[in-house]
Design a protein around this ligand. Structure first.
Ligand SMILES: *Cc1c(COP(=O)(O)O)cnc(C)c1O
Length: 369
């Protein structure tokens, strides 16, 4: 795919950029450019112009507001999917990301579920490379800092009828990121969502679909109202079966050396961090099992010492210990991590690989610039 280049006429000044990169936070500042690729359903296009449609007009252009019809399908029927991955600057100045082929594959799985078109992996990768090469000066180099890449796809057709959009846009934007939870490995407290679910069987839980996040927000408000940081969702059809947090998968370390995470039932999002933790756990000789964990097993395992660590994982925060769990009137705490923590050992290796400090045994790194 050929990308045309439209450089930003007035990029952010070097002084201002340096100031932002000192403490970028998360998702608040954006680089000077974005990548856009448009798609028109082949039949519709063939009628209009005879050119056959599909992905076209690939370009890098100034980051800025989009111009869309208020009747664009995405605003009404939420036909939207996204991805999230990080680019790290290594000591020699090169910039690398982590398993982007898995993000490309997941984008296409999400696309199939939301009736959006698939984007070839090589175009996805080229879009990332082009954006990061163009905005390379935005990749921070401080400890734990990265450039967060957010590819997404939206239905842009001006049409209120309910059917898959005939016009779609794929875009990638980038945002410098600091340490997600302020760099501290403070355990997060979690609220068990009993009334509200984020996903159901046959639904969209396995897709990285904006609507799943919209569905999780009211539960997040409940969590905040109860003094908790995050929400734990259960499988609404299986009593007390633990699924995941609003945007992170969950793992349990058992004292006998078993690492357990809920199996993929179709309602859980298959995290790339989750797959990587499974692999790094096996590399350590841990017995890694994907199976149902209930809240009762969790509570009992914590009280009789069988469960030694509970943690959440995802691209944004990597690995985060889970502390107190609040379930209505009931609450209990999972053990605190110490120096022998399996989760911290895996986290160190994962971050080590991503930042170029540990050996990339599995060939997970991908050079962007
Ligand atoms: C993105 C996401 C995750 C984590 O996936 P990673 O690929 O590890 O970042 C977990 N759960 C949900 C619901 C998500 O959307």
């Amino acid at each position: 795919m050929e990308f045309t280049r439209h450089p930003h006429p007035t990029p952010v000044s070097e002084d201002r950029r340096r100031e932002i990169l000192v403490d970028p936070g998360f998702g608040q500042h954006f680089t000077d450019h974005m990548v856009s690729i448009d798609w028109t359903r082949p039949d519709a296009e063939a009628d209009a112009s005879g050119t056959g449609g599909a992905w076209r007009d690939a370009r890098i252009e100034p980051f800025g507001p989009l111009s869309l019809s208020p009747a664009a399908a995405v605003f009404h029927y939420a036909q939207e999917i996204f991805e999230g991955l990080k680019a790290y600057r290594h000591e020699d100045g090169s910039v690398w990301t982590f398993r982007p082929q898995a993000n490309a594959a997941r984008l296409n799985r999400s696309a199939r579920r939301i009736a959006l078109p698939e984007l070839p992996e090589e175009d996805f990768l080229e879009a990332l490379r082009l954006l990061v090469a163009t905005d390379a000066s935005w990749v921070p180099e401080g400890e734990g800092q990265s450039l967060y890449l957010r590819p997404f796809m939206i239905a842009t057709e001006e049409f209120l009828g309910v059917r898959p959009s005939n016009e779609v846009a794929f875009k990638v934007i980038a945002s410098p990121a600091g340490n997600y939870f302020g760099g501290e490995l403070k355990p997060v407290s979690i609220w068990v969502s009993r009334e509200l679910a984020r996903a159901g069987h046959g639904g969209t839980g396995a897709a990285k679909f904006g609507g799943n996040y919209a569905a999780s927000l009211a539960a997040q408000l409940e969590a905040t109202a109860h003094g908790c940081d995050q929400v734990l969702f259960l499988d609404p059809t299986r009593e007390n079966a633990v699924e995941e947090l609003g945007g992170m998968n969950i793992f349990f370390v058992f004292a006998d050396g078993t690492l357990v995470t809920p199996e993929l039932t179709g309602t859980i999002l298959e995290g790339i961090t989750r797959s990587s933790v499974i692999q790094l756990g096996r590399d350590r000789g841990l017995d890694v099992v994907e199976r149902t964990v209930t809240l009762d097993e969790w509570r009992e395992g914590v009280s009789n010492g069988q469960i030694s660590e509970v943690f959440a994982c995802g691209t944004a925060a990597v690995i985060t210990p889970i502390g107190t769990l609040v379930d209505g009137e009931d609450s209990f705490a999972s053990p605190e991590f110490d120096e022998t923590s399996v989760a911290m050992d895996i986290r160190d290796e994962l971050l080590g690989i991503q930042t170029g400090h540990s050996e990339d045994r599995h060939g997970w790194l991908y050079r962007l610039a």
